[in-house]
Design a protein around this ligand. Structure first.
Ligand code: CAA
Length: 418
């Protein structure tokens, strides 16, 4: 019998500060509706140099282990997906291993392909367990990133930061994955990149949206072909994509999920047997269905709209946001997930929400994680953005959170709050 493999539990770590997106709009002389209605944002997480990628990853992983009572000796693999790593050689994963005093008997490494890096790590973990190579051990996959474009740039309102830690095992209480049904699409493009040594990403913003949608189409069609063959979906009155209870997308900004969903529906409408009977305009109008977006996508965006882009973790924040509100109602139902990383690579996959998902999500206590944040002024946000990355301010870490305290002889020192 095929093993059941997938995500057993998750934990989220967010920076301790945020700005209200309307404050940012006013400070930039922009109509606030552009950021709220136009981009779909409400708040944006703000990091300081003490809250680096390692600190956020370690906080999320420690929280996962503590909240879900994970026995560290059962972890055989610790992978960090990130595109904002802090060293060309030493992985974030080995910092996390050291900070959490995890045993030596595990693989530790980072995975990188822009925002797709976390999914690359997740698939390595899932396939490691499904193949039997894990021999009963579990994997922890952490997606940790700081999205930074810089002050007064078009990307500024789409910044953010945080981490999501995923426990991957043969007890997929959150999501039992349809292993092997993934659809993938990758292309060599310059839509978003960050040359070595630069703190801020370079981005061809509108082109990056085009690349996302093109890669989504290839990945979704790849998944759909396999899902049709496996009998998970079929061509009927309801489009194949409509037969998924919900779809969580990579969310660089919330409006992107709406664009992505329209594109996915367009793929189905264009490929349906009766497509010749409709015009491109009527298909486009049908693809934009607000009812479909409200039913399948809207509930997943609560956390993303309050945190902003978290690159590798954005899709998993959408999954967390969805399950935070709908885990009970979705138990036993199949959902779809779309990961996108610039450069670029996309992967569409599916899985079934577990019966114990609501219980697991209650332990993650996401409302409390967000409630502990402090709202800061635009002046304070700008001051934090201008601090040098290698000189963290002396601030005591909050209980259970890690902070970078100093860099001594090129060695990073961290402290955990009691
Ligand atoms: N009221 C309401 N809506 C308004 C408005 C107003 N006053 N003014 C503008 N808008 C709407 C626009 O119509 C537009 O909506 P549509 O896209 O639906 O037409 C939206 O607000 C944004 O307006 P613009 O396109 O004019 O915004 P912009 O050019 O300033 O920048 C952006 C938008 C390109 C997304 C920019 O923020 C950016 O470069 N962000 C970073 C790149 C990014 O997130 N790319 C996403 C795909 S790549 C990826 O997914 C990987 C990753 O994580 C980075």
């Amino acid at each position: 019998m095929k093993k059941r493999v997938g995500i057993e539990a998750l934990a989220v770590a967010v920076p301790s500060r945020y700005v209200d997106i309307e404050d940012l709009a006013r400070a930039r002389g922009v109509d606030p509706a552009k950021y709220t209605a136009g981009l779909g944002a409400r708040e944006m997480a703000v990091t300081d140099p003490g809250e680096d990628t390692v600190a956020l990853a370690a906080t999320a992983a420690a929280r996962l282990i503590r909240q879900q009572d994970v026995d560290p000796s059962r972890i055989g693999m610790l992978v960090v997906g990130t595109e904002t790593g802090i060293d060309h050689s030493k992985p974030v994963a080995s910092h996390v291993q050291g900070l959490l005093k995890l045993p030596r008997t595990m693989r530790t490494y980072d995975t990188q392909h822009a925002c797709y890096g976390g999914t690359a790590g997740l698939m390595a973990a899932v396939e490691w367990i499904a193949s039997g190579a894990g021999a009963g051990k579990v994997a922890v996959v952490v997606c940790s990133d700081i999205a930074r474009y810089g002050l007064n740039t078009a990307g500024e309102p789409t910044q953010g930061g945080g981490a999501v830690a995923l426990l991957v095992s043969e007890q997929p209480d959150l999501l039992a994955m349809d292993v092997g049904l993934n659809g993938v699409c990758s292309m060599d493009v310059y839509d978003f990149w960050r040359p070595v040594g630069r703190r801020e990403a370079l981005v061809d913003g509108h082109y990056s949206i085009t690349c996302y949608l093109e890669a989504l189409s290839g990945a979704y069609r790849g998944w759909r072909e396999k899902a049709l063959a496996a009998g998970l979906v079929r061509w009927s009155d309801a489009l194949p994509g409509e037969q998924l209870a919900r779809i969580a997308y990579h969310v660089p900004f919330c409006k992107m999920a709406r664009k992505a969903h329209t594109q996915l529906r367009l793929c189905d409408l264009e490929d349906a047997a009766d497509a010749a009977a409709s015009t491109p305009e009527s298909r486009e109008a049908q693809a934009k269905s607000a009812a479909s977006y409200d039913a399948q996508v809207a509930t997943s965006l609560g956390l993303n709209s309050r945190i902003g882009n978290v690159y590798t973790a954005s899709l998993y924040l959408a999954l967390a946001g969805l399950l935070q509100h709908e885990a009970g109602a979705l138990a036993g139902q199949r959902i779809g997930l779309l990961s996108y990383g610039s450069g670029c690579a996309a992967e569409f996959y599916s899985g079934t929400v577990g019966e114990k998902a609501a219980e697991r999500m209650a332990k993650a206590d996401l409302e409390a994680v967000l409630a502990r944040r402090e709202r800061v002024s635009i002046e304070e946000y700008e001051r934090l953005m201008k601090l040098p990355a290698d000189a963290p301010e002396a601030v005591a870490p909050s209980p259970g959170a890690f902070r970078l305290t100093e860099i001594r002889d090129h060695r990073r020192q961290y402290a955990e709050g009691n």
